[in-house]
Design a protein around this ligand. Structure first.
Ligand code: G3P
Ligand code: MG
Length: 404
């Protein structure tokens, strides 16, 4: 049960264990999630799901609390996975980077990026426009996932620079990142879907090209559909999938920065402008949506079972043989979860915390990212607890669950 108001901070069900006074160096438990000690382990294991930006790292630097937090969980053999709205890299590349930065081994199967569920679309869509991320990396990620034919916005610009005359690509970048027009056949072959994998790097280009495709004649670039013949122009010519909806995220700047949600808002607004004020039908993945939590729940269960069979998997390094993530279908609800409780540690109330609460998980809001104590009066979602950082979260949860 959520406490109805923050005035309840001063009350406690289990004063000595559950509630800490509300000051910035102490955890605040807003909902009593503890069990009597004897019930704890009989009730089943606990598991953790971590957000990345603002919890484990910030602006390319690690948050110092991250390493001891993950080590403490490994020490107690408590399973954990990472659930980020970030992306633009393969899961293997991203975990290799994080393992080095955090100095903790992370198995690629422990990572869910915002676009990881796109893997489930490779049989449905053959030729796609993949948007976002640095250089041409998104093309490689999409191909790794199994998409056969992947265009990126740079391909369209290389085919005809008048598509968006204000693009920011140099001739050299177009030669390196974009494919030759004779291979891409941009103006001859339609695409089947648009997938936004990550935040745009050349937003003007991406906006123009996405909107052109949404209003094209059946996905062929450079054509326009006849609106008089379209009965449901909520529905674009080809489907569009956004991999996350974060309006804000935390890097090393002192204020939160716009994320992929900014792009969605602009695209929707332009679509309305061009389609008699009708709202664009689109699909959004990532936190806080249930489908992403279902996906994460499956992955956490699989990881837990893999660790039971082989505890050494937590020592994964670049020489280890990669495990294959068992992919649930999109929207598949996990059954027979072994977990008594799952804790989501996040910095973004609108994404991590809202999603976790709606999904029935416990939520730990940290002060190292988007959320600041000044936001409390306007906080629309109530986390289970508010803590200074990820290590405080782990210590506190292990304490109330009788592990330490
Ligand atoms: O682009 C990154 C961002 O939107 C959030 O990442 O790890 O805080 O979910 P994360
Ligand atoms: Mg975050």
């Amino acid at each position: 049960m959520f406490l109805p108001s923050f005035s309840r901070y001063t009350k406690s069900c289990r004063p000595e264990r559950s509630l800490r006074c509300f000051c910035s160096s102490s955890p605040v438990l807003l909902r009593d999630s503890s069990l009597a000690h004897a019930q704890l382990h009989a009730a089943g294991p606990i598991g953790f799901v971590f957000d990345i930006d603002g919890v484990l790292i910030r602006g390319g630097k690690r948050i110092e609390a991250a390493k001891p937090a993950l080590q403490l969980l490994n020490h107690h053999r408590i399973p954990w996975i990472l659930l980020t709205n970030g992306g633009g890299y393969s899961e293997a590349a991203r975990t290799a980077y994080l393992s080095t930065l955090l100095d903790v081994n992370i198995n690629p199967v422990q990572l869910i990026q915002s676009h990881t569920p796109f893997k489930g679309f490779t049989k449905t869509y053959r030729r796609i426009l993949a948007v976002g991320g640095l250089e041409d990396r998104v093309r490689h990620v999409a191909r790794d996932y199994g998409f056969e034919d992947v265009l990126i916005p740079a391909d369209i610009i290389r085919s005809n620079q008048s598509v968006w005359p204000f693009h920011g690509f140099s001739a050299d970048q177009l030669n390196r990142w974009a494919l030759d027009p004779s291979i891409t056949n941009v103006f001859k072959k339609p695409i089947d879907a648009i997938m936004v994998f990550n935040d745009p790097r050349d937003m003007g280009t991406d906006i123009q090209i996405i909107v052109d495709y949404l209003n094209s004649d059946n996905g062929l670039y450079g054509t326009i559909r006849n609106l008089h013949k379209v009965s449901h122009n909520h529905t674009p010519s080809i489907p569009i999938f956004f991999s996350n909806n974060d309006l804000l995220w935390a890097n090393d700047f002192n204020l939160p920065r716009f994320g992929q949600g900014q792009l969605r808002i602009i695209i929707e607004r332009l679509y309305q402008e061009l389609n008699n004020s009708l709202t664009l039908d689109s699909t959004i993945f990532g936190k806080p949506f249930k489908s992403q939590y279902d996906f994460a729940h499956h992955i956490l269960i699989d990881w837990y079972q893999s660790l039971l069979k082989n505890p050494n998997l937590i020592n994964f390094n670049s020489n280890s043989q990669a495990l294959k993530q068992i992919l649930p279908s999109i929207g598949e609800i996990p059954v027979n979860s072994p977990f008594n409780k799952i804790y989501m540690v996040g910095d973004n109330p609108e994404s991590d915390i809202k999603g976790a609460n709606n999904y029935g998980w416990e939520s730990c809001l940290v002060r190292t990212g988007v959320f600041k104590d000044d936001d409390l009066p306007d906080l629309k979602v109530k986390p289970t607890m508010i803590v200074d950082n990820v290590y405080e979260a782990i210590k506190f949860v292990l304490d109330i669950n009788g592990y330490i």
